[in-house]
Design a protein around this ligand. Structure first.
Ligand code: IMP
Ligand code: MG
Length: 183
């Protein structure tokens, strides 16, 4: 697609480039849904979306998982500057669903340093799930600190600041149907 400053959603900001367009995202999310369906032949699956960034990805993903499941969300807050993850994470909303004994799939928009996920995984493991895996739409592969491997990854992300399809810059651009870097 031709996403330029002409896109009224951009409020005049220019894009450097579209990294992943709508069709690419839709195709990959369908494949990921099939992988996840095959990976969980039995058991109670709970898909846990990490808000806010995962909200669009999660809504498309669960519609491509063809087995019973439940959906809940986590809201985590990291202290300090939003652009640099501090690794200090606190839960602002705790899932109401029982986690013990369930297969938990934690859904994240993008893995950058991995610090947010490290902390969340520690918190979730204490709830004694049957299994706990990470599904991320994007992975920057600079997450030297991530102790838990990301089992399901959509795309290797370029080392640029990306917006759209849930990803924000200062809370803007989450509603773009494509993923782009800003100029
Ligand atoms: P980490 O703890 O460094 O892995 O940070 C991950 C979080 O930082 C993600 O959930 C996003 O909210 C945010 N983030 C990292 N990279 C980007 C980006 O390129 N665009 C928008 N948000 C990002
Ligand atoms: Mg963010």
């Amino acid at each position: 697609m031709n996403a330029t400053t002409a896109d009224p959603r951009l409020a005049g900001r220019a894009l450097r480039r579209v990294a992943f367009d709508e069709a690419q995202i839709a195709g990959r999310v369908r494949e990921m849904g099939a992988e996840i369906t095959a990976a969980y032949p039995e058991g109670e699956l709970l898909v846990l979306g990490l808000l806010k960034g995962s909200f669009i990805f999660l809504s498309d993903l669960v519609r491509n998982i063809h087995r019973p499941l439940q959906v809940d969300f986590l809201v985590a807050s990291s202290y300090g500057d939003a652009m640099v993850s501090s690794g200090l994470v606190r839960l602002l909303y705790d899932p109401e669903t029982e986690l013990e004994g369930k297969d938990i799939l934690l859904v994240e928009d993008i893995v950058d340093s991995g610090r947010t996920l490290n902390r969340l995984m520690d918190l979730l493991i204490e709830r004694r799930p049957r299994s706990l895996e990470i599904c991320a739409l994007l992975h920057k592969h600079i997450a030297a600190e991530l102790r838990h491997p990301t089992k399901f990854v959509g795309f290797d992300a370029p080392h640029e600041f990306l917006v759209g399809y849930g990803l924000d810059h200062a809370e803007h651009f989450r509603h773009l149907p494509y993923i782009a870097s800003l100029k």
